[in-house]
Design a protein around this ligand. Structure first.
Ligand code: NI
Length: 139
């Protein structure tokens, strides 16, 4: 870890009160940790703006394996981009429903495109993309 630097921040007292309420609700130990998290989130968001940036995402999908050709379609998309799909976890939730969590790694533009294609595949009941980071640009 690099050197720890202290700095002062001036802000409107109402804004600070709102911030303190927020960090208490979220369970942060102190303002510093909350500010560090906000900054890291913003840095990750900016990473995703660069389509060429190497990054990672998880895609969560809930679907019924009984919907005609749906499981095959989702698999075909993954095989088409097998270099992007680092890992796939499949859970049989009940006799009808499946949960899949995929880890995608690659250039932000392509990862986003494939993740959105999976989520928007007709028949998927719920899909969520978490765009995160390899951590290389976070210190
Ligand atoms: Ni299943």
């Amino acid at each position: 870890m690099s050197e720890l630097v202290r700095f002062g921040v001036s802000m409107d007292s109402k804004l600070l009160t709102a911030f303190d309420e927020l960090i208490e609700r979220k369970g942060y130990a102190n303002r510093s940790e909350a500010i560090r998290d906000l900054l890291r989130n913003e840095l990750v968001r900016v990473e995703w703006e660069n389509e060429e940036q190497e990054t990672v995402a998880t895609v969560t999908l809930v679907y019924s394996h009984e919907v005609r050709e749906l499981a095959d379609k989702l698999l075909a998309i993954q095989h088409e981009h097998h270099r992007l799909v680092v890992s796939a976890l499949h859970v049989h939730l009940d006799s009808h429903n499946c949960l899949e969590v995929l880890v995608l790694r690659g250039k932000a533009g392509l990862v986003r495109q494939i993740a959105e294609r999976l989520v928007s595949t007709k028949g998927v009941r719920h899909g969520k993309i978490a765009m995160t980071t390899t951590g290389a640009h976070l210190h």
